[in-house]
Design a protein around this ligand. Structure first.
Ligand SMILES: [Zn+2]
Length: 640
């Protein structure tokens, strides 16, 4: 199956009452707009959140004022131009069917099917797959496939615990404790997975399927590819970096689906502009994944000409790189271990800290093979089960190294370190809520002073042979709140208390930070936390892949490549926080003359796609490229 690239995803959710529906829409003109914008693949609406179908349907509800057979016409017009099409349906939401079949709705534990808090939005009524709705969805998918689509995109398959009568009766019959939120959620997840398997079974193997809303690792056997939906200005740019770092270890074809909007989906009148969209596409290139523009089509119009003119200019540039990027894979020098269903703060923070420090990394699931990496990071919350302990022991025995922070490295009951390699004195959980530390090393940019940890973890002590990089400092008072006379708000550091904050074991292969370093970074963005991580990595990685100290922390550098060449990606644009949004109004310009070192001895460096030769010198096993002036982003070819 040809990988998806240069794609567009169309939302198309139409309230009843659009009296001139489709008036100015012409499938041939629309498909030509996509072709002119160099689009290769499109997710096109078959059935929307409202539950209306946009093709001739016997199973579903046709949009009342639709003339013609929209999806079928679009598929034919796109195929004529070599553009692939997936049919979109919302599986989690279907308001028209919900109105007709209230017995198909999920129910919360208070017995409600409506959740209109906050004005309702579009997520106030969700469907239960343990009802007749399941057969309805399968019938719609089979019917939609008859329009000639190349695949199916299933949206909004989020996990919500369901207490509807069907689910409740089934749970009781299975002896499930319906008072347990976890047990009910687990049952609802099984219902959801059954639905996913039924959907896959209804779709021929040569057709695409993407199930949106599930953790990427849980549907690797069902999805044909992975689309990372992210509106970064509002959802955070770190969301994309974290999710792409994991997705590319699970799928061969990963796509970054951003949005043209200023705020969010449904923002018909929002266009964040070319530089902002291009910034997201540059992020995709640095992560070694493909691109898709998220858009919303007007119910009566073709696509917006100016937006597709801009997209065409962007996709022309991306197409020019494809000669080199099509077969290139991301080159990681370490991995961050993932043991949670969703990537929370420790993970988005790890992605950001490592990116700012110019290290390259994958995120890898704990149950998968991580033996090929040289170094693993266990961020903040990765407690060690017996099974994981065995894998980590093997990893260390083969020369691997581990950096563990906060509660990571402990047994699941947090009663001590799980493995003897964590050869530090465990002194229990840190019950104080005011802890400081003092570095035992000096470095540029950090001060000789007690720093706050901001987040509490464990207490540990130094053992003989340990290398202590930071020591714990107690405060005069705990932040204990009101004592009748005073509220203890001012709690300065007092003295070192004999505990250690950062330790490396005698063998030099396991490091432990006593507090949740990654969570603390996201709570404070204090650069001292990056200093700790950088110092540990400098001691534990033999030779890092990139030397990029001449670039600002806002720049991103990564490597992708094949056996024959390496691509150095240098991205210098970055968002500015304006109000609550991260805005990229224009590209950042990096002056010419900065140098980046890449581990290895390369023969030549060329700026792509034109091939302009760049100065290259080899020193101490690194090839130093002198960068030209860069506006936004540059891709540099390194010849082996
Ligand atoms: Zn249910």
């Amino acid at each position: 199956m040809k990988p998806i690239k240069r794609a567009v995803h169309f939302d198309f959710h139409t309230m009843p009452g659009i009296d001139n529906f489709g008036e100015n829409f012409d499938a041939e003109v629309f498909a030509q707009q996509l072709a002119d914008a160099k689009v290769e693949y499109v997710n096109m609406f078959g059935q929307c959140n409202l539950g209306f179908c946009y093709y001739d349907t016997k199973v579903g509800i046709r949009y009342p004022t639709m003339k013609g057979d929209m999806l079928r016409e679009v598929v034919a017009a796109c195929h004529k131009r070599g553009i692939g099409v997936s049919g979109y349906l919302n599986v989690g939401l279907n308001h028209e069917q919900a109105i007709r079949h209230p017995e198909w709705l999920q129910m919360n534990k208070d017995g409600q099917i409506y959740n209109l808090k906050g004005g309702g939005g579009n997520f106030f009524r969700t469907m239960c797959y343990n009802t007749g709705y399941k057969d309805f969805v399968i019938a719609i998918i089979k019917e939609m496939l008859e329009t000639g689509v190349d695949g199916i995109f299933c949206d909004c398959m989020l996990l919500r615990p369901c207490y509807c009568m069907n689910c409740t009766k089934d749970m009781l019959a299975k002896g499930i404790d319906i008072t347990s939120h976890e047990a009910v959620t687990a049952f609802s997840n099984e219902v959801r997975m059954d639905m996913c398997r039924a959907i896959r079974a209804a779709i021929p193997n040569d057709k695409r399927l993407f199930l949106n809303g599930l953790p990427s690792y849980s549907v690797t056997e069902l999805n044909s590819h992975m689309e990372i939906e992210c509106l970064p200005a509002a959802w955070s740019y770190d969301y994309f970096t974290a999710h792409s770092s994991l997705a590319r270890t699970l799928y061969d074809n990963v796509v970054y689906m951003n949005g043209r909007f200023q705020t969010s989906w449904g923002d018909f009148g929002g266009y964040k502009g070319k530089a902002a969209i291009e910034n997201d596409f540059f992020d995709a290139l640095t992560q070694g994944v493909s691109t898709s523009l998220g858009d919303h089509l007007h119910p009566a119009e073709n696509a917006i000409s100016d937006v597709y003119r801009d997209l065409g200019e962007m996709y022309e540039k991306i197409e020019a790189y494809e000669k080199w990027t099509d077969n290139a894979k991301y080159i990681p020098e370490m991995a961050v271990l993932v043991d949670t269903m969703y990537l929370g703060t420790p993970y988005t923070s790890a992605a950001r800290m490592l990116s700012e420090l110019k290290y390259t990394f994958d995120f890898v699931r704990a149950e998968r093979d991580f033996s090929g990496y040289k170094l693993l990071i266990l961020p903040d919350t990765v407690t060690v089960t017996e099974e994981l302990a065995g894998k980590l022991s093997d990893f260390l025995a083969k020369g691997g190294k581990i950096i563990s922070t906060g509660f990571s490295g402990l047994t699941p009951d947090k009663s001590g370190f799980a493995l003897p390699a964590w050869d530090f004195a465990f002194r229990g959980l840190d019950e104080s809520n005011t802890t400081y530390f003092k570095l035992r090393y000096t470095a540029e940019g950090v001060a000789d002073m007690p720093y706050s940890t901001y987040a509490a973890g464990i207490r540990m002590g130094e053992k003989e042979g340990n290398d202590c990089l930071a020591a714990s400092v107690s405060s005069y008072f705990k932040k204990t709140g009101w004592d009748g006379l005073h509220y203890y708000f001012y709690t300065p550091p007092k003295e070192e208390n004999g505990d250690a904050t950062v330790l490396i074991n005698k063998e030099g292969n396991v490091a432990q930070v006593s507090f949740p370093l990654f969570t603390a970074y996201f709570q404070s963005f204090a650069t001292v936390f990056k200093s700790i991580l950088d110092t540990l990595l400098s001691k534990m990685l033999d030779k890092r892949l990139l030397l990029a100290r001449e670039l600002p922390s806002t720049a991103r550098t990564t490597l992708t490549g094949t056996e024959d060449y390496t691509l150095l990606h240098v991205k210098v644009s970055y968002p500015e926080i304006r109000g609550k949004f991260g805005i990229v109004e224009e590209h950042t310009v990096l002056p010419a003359g900065r140098r980046v070192g890449v581990l290895g001895e390369y023969k030549a460096a060329k700026l792509l796609p034109d091939g302009e030769a760049l100065p290259l010198s080899v020193e101490d096993g690194y090839s130093f490229v002198t960068l030209p002036e860069i506006t936004g982003y540059a891709m540099i070819y390194l010849e082996k």
